[in-house]
Design a protein around this ligand. Structure first.
Ligand code: TYD
Length: 225
């Protein structure tokens, strides 16, 4: 994994923070609030998302929208390709920002591949190819915004004109269960923080900022369970 605290030149790297959650869990709102907090407190931050805006991300969007049929193995490989490019591309890759000491906030990352593609494809295979790919940076922190599937479904119904392939109640409850199974498997190796996201936007954001401040200047793991 490439994400050590210091780069080869001895410079302090940025923190890599990933937000995860079901569709409609409020990631967009909370990533923006953390970005604002980092900027206001004098830090530098780059906000990004997966699937990306690059050509690989476009192919994925076609599949998610139901325009092209892809099976879970194809989708896993497409997300992997998209993620590698997201990490290493020279212009705006995650690695470039982290090496320059800039924090990176990413809306979804490999945990989504485990939970979404992992409901149909072989979970160990999906995990293995992401976790053992040296080009894919390991996050310093994963914040999981936990909301029950009923509330997510209500939010999806209110905000979406068309539903994507995973945006139905049955898939969302299987995905939520998968997220928890995966977090259990990764308990000792990844820094995952599960947040009750059914509370007010301010309460959730306050918690996230506290957790971020704990990891900001240290490499210690936060006690998150
Ligand atoms: P989402 O993050 O909700 O963004 P938007 O608001 O643009 O819909 O949607 C991305 C979808 O992609 C979501 O349903 C989860 C899915 N996804 C995967 O299935 N695997 C992955 O590895 C990633 C990153 C996302």
């Amino acid at each position: 994994m490439i994400n050590d605290t210091f780069g080869d030149d001895g410079m302090k790297k940025g923190k890599f923070i990933v937000f995860e959650g079901l569709d409609g869990s409020g990631k967009g709102t909370q990533t923006a609030l953390l970005e604002k907090h980092i900027k206001q407190s004098g830090g530098k931050v780059y906000l990004t998302a997966e699937p990306t805006i690059f050509s690989t991300g476009g192919m994925i969007r076609d599949a998610l929208g139901g325009f092209t049929d892809r099976d879970a193995y194809e989708l896993s490989a497409m997300f992997l390709t998209d993620r590698i490019f997201h990490n290493i591309n020279k212009k705006s890759g995650i690695r470039k920002y982290l090496d320059a000491g800039i924090d990176v906030i990413c809306d979804r990352y490999y945990y989504s591949s485990f939970a979404y593609q992992g409901i149909d494809a072989d979970l160990d295979w999906v995990m293995d190819m992401n976790l053992n790919c040296r080009e894919i940076a390991k996050p310093d922190l994963c914040i999981f915004l936990d909301v029950d599937t009923e509330l997510c479904d209500k939010r999806i119904a209110e905000n979406r004109f068309e539903r994507e392939i995973y945006e139905n109640k049955d898939a969302q409850s299987r995905i939520r269960r998968r997220f928890f199974e995966v977090f259990d498997k990764l308990r000792d190796s990844e820094n995952i923080c599960i947040i009750d996201a059914s509370r007010s936007v301010e309460e959730i954001s306050d918690d996230i900022i506290k957790i971020y401040e704990k990891i900001r200047n240290t490499n210690d793991c936060v006690d998150i369970k």
